[in-house]
Design a protein around this ligand. Structure first.
Ligand code: PRX
Length: 646
């Protein structure tokens, strides 16, 4: 597949915002003269007080700091709203498509989005939220989710969005971690014809986190949900009588904008902290260049607002650029497998940005679901969240895009704030499955286990050698963990935890995580997190969780469980454990396989041999490598013999 190359079509080479020559020139400048490059690029943002300093960063332990545009001030909500009003107030900012296509859709113009945001910003203030306070958002995919985020940004409050697929337990832990005393939620969410009991989940979460003294609940389905006196009010009550004007708070470029929890190698999710100025420049720039975005384009990012993709490419990047955003409440397969393509036609979408897992799920249902729609409006396709396998890439390119839409396979992370490696549609020939080339200011390197930089064709660990404006600035509440997690493995460099290969043309191919993170349908899950959940069950003595290959999800969750003496290792307990993990973390963490294990393979010093467990999960037991260091090699045979058929 590596030899397969789709050259940049002539019309793209001629008309794109960034052609091959511009890319080379700008990339070189961004690396050699970052100050000059970013001084100009940052002009895309309206600064209240212009910055004089551009970049002041060091990844070295002695002098570790990351500061961009540090003496500038701005407000990101004003950049996403106010500045568009004079010329484009009546342009659609959000076109909301409901889960159920027979329901009414909603369009909010920039003027309307501005007014709704101001009203809710005033409501937050009236409910005691001050600059710097953390606001937890647990909402479905409705415009009010974006409005809440923008309202926080407007008054300088720090939002922490928790994906609606997380359980009450996970929600409660995240509320507590960032010491938040207000939660914005909805009565219920809708997805794929089902409802999600968001308010009930909040109530359950708050049983153990009583510090929260205000819950504002948007009525979405109108379900009859209990309201706690003195604590809970409805959205309508909160905004009643609030004026549609709210002066934006003047924020320093390095003031916190949001926290977003993500999984890593250790049990506890990290609160990834992003700040204001650099993130604004980065998301706006990458949104414009990666998708060759032009004013008037109808742009649709089908991610959920609960993930970084929703933050950067539904809310901040596109709105800073004045784009018309489609926001979809539902799923690709409801009411049928044609849903995505019908939405494309309905709104004449020109850019679609989605995840490989959705493509694989749709691909296996057959081409007729796609082919019965027109999709003539599509110009650029985007992929995000996990490696896109060449088969899914080819299908996206030929069947969905009719062979005329470049695919931006965007590699990035919650930590990077925005795209890092991606082909630009007018600049780079495409290779199916390769994230291709670094964006401006991004200095990727491939290193070996000792940290030696490998040149030319190489495979190893992907690091980024210097800072970029959208980089995370800290782990909320744990300064040390930030340095330790990302900058201590390879001295002076940001370690992505991804493996990577560079080919003879300098193209980057992401090979997947090198740590204990599983990528399930583009959602990042920590194996340690799932193990911690499992051992909380009173029948479980020990658990080890690894990834297994999965046709649709990319990776599935494979759990080895050793039960306590006297437990019945039967189907009922297996089901119970799946339910248990769903309750502890959420439906997104549902184990695909639970294998009862008489014992786990361990070294003599007691370390679990995950390498062997991964091989068994992958059903690749022909070459288990050296197992002579195991305390009890027979365990491995038993595990292989008892592997459930999957
Ligand atoms: O392993 C990489 C994979 O997703 C991880 C980041 O996950 P998260 O922080 O949840 O952000 C997802 C949305 C950006 C990365 O470490 N990943 C993301 N995009 C790609 C990818 N792997 C290969 N190709 C991609 N385009």
């Amino acid at each position: 597949m590596e030899n397969k190359v789709y050259p940049v079509p002539d019309d793209w080479a001629k008309n794109a915002l960034i052609d091959a020559e511009t890319y080379r020139r700008k990339y070189q400048q961004s690396i050699e003269e970052p100050d000059a490059f970013w001084r100009e690029e940052a002009m895309r943002i309206d600064w209240i007080k212009p910055f004089t300093k551009v970049k002041d960063t060091s990844f070295d332990k002695q002098d570790f700091h990351i500061r961009w545009f540090e003496d500038g001030t701005l407000n990101l909500s004003a950049n996403c709203l106010d500045r568009h009003l004079a010329e484009h107030g009546d342009r659609a900012a959000i076109i909301w498509e409901p889960d159920d296509p027979t329901q009414d859709n909603r369009t909010l113009t920039y003027q309307e989005l501005y007014e709704e945001t101001c009203r809710f910003a005033n409501a937050l203030k009236a409910n005691g939220v001050n600059k710097g306070d953390r606001v937890t958002i647990y909402m479905p995919m409705v415009p009010e989710a974006a409005i809440t985020m923008l309202a926080c940004a407007r008054i300088g409050a720090v939002h922490s969005v928790i994906f609606a697929g997380f359980s009450p337990e996970a929600l409660g832990n995240r509320i507590e971690d960032c010491d938040s005393d207000i939660v914005i939620t909805a009565d219920e969410g809708r997805r794929g014809g089902k409802t999600i009991p968001l308010k009930a989940n909040v109530d359950e979460a708050l049983e153990h986190h009583a510090k929260v003294d205000r819950v504002i609940m948007l009525e979405v389905t109108g379900a009859d949900v209990p309201m706690k006196d003195g604590r809970d009010i409805t959205w309508a009550q909160a905004v009643a009588d609030q004026p549609a004007e709210c002066e934006p708070e003047e924020m320093n470029a390095e003031d916190p904008l949001f926290i977003l929890y993500t999984s890593g190698s250790t049990g506890k999710p990290k609160g990834v902290l992003h700040t204001t100025g650099g993130y604004a420049v980065w998301t706006s720039m990458t949104h414009q260049y990666a998708f060759d975005y032009r004013p008037g384009d109808v742009y649709w990012c089908a991610a959920d607002i609960g993930w970084i993709t929703g933050h950067s490419y539904i809310v901040y990047g596109p709105l800073a650029n004045g784009a018309t955003n489609v926001m979809f409440e539902g799923t690709p397969n409801y009411p049928d497998f044609s849903r995505f393509w019908q939405i494309v036609d309905k709104y004449q979408v020109s850019t679609l940005y989605t995840a490989p897992t959705a493509l694989r799920a749709l691909m296996r249902e057959g081409n007729e679901w796609v082919e019965k729609t027109s999709r003539q409006s599509l110009r650029v396709l985007g992929s995000v969240g996990e490696p896109i396998n060449p088969e899914a890439w080819e299908w996206y390119y030929h069947v969905v895009g009719n062979g005329k839409c470049p695919i931006a396979d965007t590699w990035w992370q919650t930590e990077t704030g925005g795209h890092m490696i991606t082909p630009l549609p007018g600049a780079h020939a495409l290779k199916p499955g390769s994230a291709s080339m670094p964006l401006f200011g991004v200095k990727p390197e491939i290193v070996d286990t000792e940290g030696k930089v490998l040149e030319g064709v190489a495979e190893g660990a992907l690091v980024i050698a210097d800072s970029w404006p959208g980089q995370m600035r800290g782990v909320y509440g744990d300064e040390e963990r930030f340095f330790l997690t990302y900058f201590s493995t390879f001295k002076g460099k940001y370690f992505t935890s991804d493996g990577c290969r560079r080919d003879k043309d300098g193209y980057y191919w992401i090979t997947g995580r090198m740590d204990d993170v599983i990528n399930v349908s583009g959602h990042r899950m920590g194996t340690a997190e799932i193990e911690s959940a499992l051992v909380l069950h009173d029948q479980v003595a020990e658990a080890a969780v690894v990834a297994m290959p999965h046709d649709v999800k990319g990776q599935g969750i494979y759990c080895y469980v050793t039960t306590v003496a006297g437990a019945a290792d039967d189907e009922a307990l297996r089901k119970e454990l799946v339910k248990w993990v769903r309750h502890e973390i959420g439906p997104i963490a549902s184990p695909d396989v639970v294998q009862f294990a008489p014992a786990l393979p361990k070294t003599r010093s007691g370390k679990i041999m995950r390498r062997i467990l991964r091989k068994i999960a992958e059903n690749d037991t022909s070459n288990l490598g050296d197992i002579s260091t195991l305390a009890d090699p027979e365990v491995v045979e038993k595990l292989i013999a008892n592997r459930p058929a999957v």
